[in-house]
Design a protein around this ligand. Structure first.
Ligand SMILES: Nc1nc2c(ncn2[C@@H]2O[C@H](COP(=O)(O)OP(=O)(O)OP(=O)(O)O)[C@@H](O)[C@H]2O)c(=O)[nH]1
Ligand SMILES: [Mg+2]
Length: 462
């Protein structure tokens, strides 16, 4: 099977120092030969891998120079994709890169699909699936901590852990199969105990990995924090203070915020997607009512709710209702406007509605933010993100977590079968199932449609 040569613009479109057009596949060098003239006069096709040449990118149809550029040559299998790769590094202009791409396409390349370079790297064994997924996480990281986890995964931290676990299971399968093949011997008690011990150890390792998934999700996707409360309590002020800019309109008119406002910020390493919403109240105004509906709907989607109340005006039914209806959520309660006289106290709230939520009394107008940030970070990552992610494999995707849980369930079944003295074939089935689920993470046993879905999330040219 000959894969067609693919081409794409690898840099963001816009004015920039340089722009890169990348080609990968069997004809990459032939195409480069036709559209690049080196200053030295040597042939691009004959260059050794990892060489660079200064020269001109030309349009052979019009016989015109498109741009001056540097040609990079990488020969398969020592390239990102594992295939022959060339890159044209030209001036970073919208038309320049477009024209170079078009020329490559006319000379026989086809436009790459999103993520297709990385997909080829995976299919050619340059990366396993969890590493390929880490590529996109590196690109999308919004905090240093997210980046560190993504890079660890790219370097194989998760793959190595999974491979080590699979190795142990393979050994076990071999032992089980050996006994199945020689059924005349009774299985020694010791053998059974030892096998059970190995399975229990592996289950323990899977559990430790699964336990990292919540934090992994936060680091990769960010935490969706919804600011809610009745009108005029200071929700938009909170967004602005945390962002340190006047992002949302703040006025003393209740009902100022109508539509939701979302911003991403880095809260001590946690990528926080902070969403300001309309104040909750009954309203005859259609636009405001839609805003309130939207806000209430967002409670359901939130990873964290920051409920803001105004300590300087009497409590109202809305305050109590919001608290009551968000009881099952991770919450921080802010009692704002502490610079003004307090007219109610915490005792006036139903303790059941308040639950375990930390309460921060503050003034968003003039007070310090630290207690609020402490409360949020403390709630989301007991002990802090940085400490707990240092040098260990972290599960960052739901797909990985599910596979680990399924492998664990298979092993638990195998363990039970073993303890009940049932036929060893059944244990073998459980072990094979676990192996297969673990293989989904690294890509050994994954179905094609899942692979396609993973790479479809990439940008073109990656
Ligand atoms: N005194 C005092 N005023 C505050 C404080 N925080 C906010 N305010 C004022 O309260 C008013 C409402 O603030 P916003 O941030 O717009 O309140 P909101 O909850 O977003 O209001 P809506 O968008 O209408 O739901 C503004 O006049 C703010 O300046 C505070 O800590 N102390
Ligand atoms: Mg507002």
């Amino acid at each position: 099977m000959t894969e067609q040569t693919i081409a794409a613009i690898a840099t963001a479109v816009g004015e920039a120092g340089i722009g890169i057009v990348r080609l990968s596949g069997k004809e990459a060098f032939d195409i480069a030969e036709k559209m690049f003239v080196t200053k030295r006069g040597d042939s691009p096709k004959s260059l050794p891998g990892y060489s660079a040449r200064y020269g001109r990118v030309v349009d052979p149809y019009q016989g015109r120079t498109i741009d001056e550029a540097i040609l990079l040559v990488m020969r398969g299998p020592y390239s990102y994709t594992g295939e022959d790769v060339v890159e044209f590094q030209c001036h970073g202009g919208v038309v320049v890169v477009q024209k170079i791409l078009e020329t490559a396409l006319r000379l026989g390349a086809r436009m790459a699909e999103p993520g297709e370079f990385t997909k080829r790297a995976f299919l050619n064994g340059r990366l396993d699936l969890s590493q390929a997924e880490a590529v996109i996480d590196v690109v999308r990281s919004r905090t240093e901590e997210s980046l560190a986890v993504a890079v660890d995964q790219l370097e194989g931290s998760l793959s190595k852990r999974i491979s080590a676990i699979r190795e142990q299971l393979y050994d076990l399968v071999v032992r089980v199969e050996a006994i199945i093949d020689y059924p005349e011997d009774d299985i020694p008690e010791l053998e059974v105990d030892e096998m059970a011990e190995v399975i229990r150890t592996v289950i323990g390792e899977l559990e430790r990995l699964i336990a990292t998934a919540d934090q992994g999700k936060v680091l990769r996707e960010g935490l969706k924090a919804v600011i809610t409360g009745k009108p005029n309590v200071g929700k938009s002020s909170l967004l602005n203070r945390l962002l340190d800019e006047q992002r949302a309109l703040v006025t003393d008119i209740p009902g100022t915020t109508r539509d939701t406002i979302e911003e991403v910020l880095n809260l001590r390493g946690i990528p926080l997607r902070l969403i300001d919403t309309a104040g909750i109240r009954e309203s005859d105004d259609v636009v405001e009512r839609l805003g309130v509906e939207r806000a209430v709907q967002l409670w359901g989607e939130a990873d964290l709710i920051i409920h803001v109340m105004d300590g300087s005006v009497p409590l109202s039914s809305e305050d109590r209702e919001i608290l009551a209806r968000t009881r099952d959520k991770l919450r921080v309660v802010v009692i704002n406007k502490s610079d003004l006289p307090r007219v109610w106290s915490l005792d006036d709230l139903d303790a059941r509605d308040l639950g375990e939520a930390p309460v921060v009394e503050m003034s968003l107008l003039e007070g310090e933010l630290t207690p609020l940030v402490d409360a949020v970070v403390g709630l989301v990552s007991k002990g802090g993100i940085r400490e707990s992610t240092a040098s260990q494999a972290i599960v960052t995707r739901a797909r990985h977590k599910t596979a680990l849980e399924e492998a664990k369930a298979d092993l638990e079944n195998a363990l039970e079968t073993l303890s009940m003295g049932l036929p060893l074939d059944l244990i073998s089935v459980g072990l094979q199932g676990a192996l297969e689920h673990l293989g989904e993470i690294t890509g050994e046993t994954v179905r094609e449609n899942i692979i396609d879905r993973i790479f479809a999330q990439f940008c073109i040219g990656k």
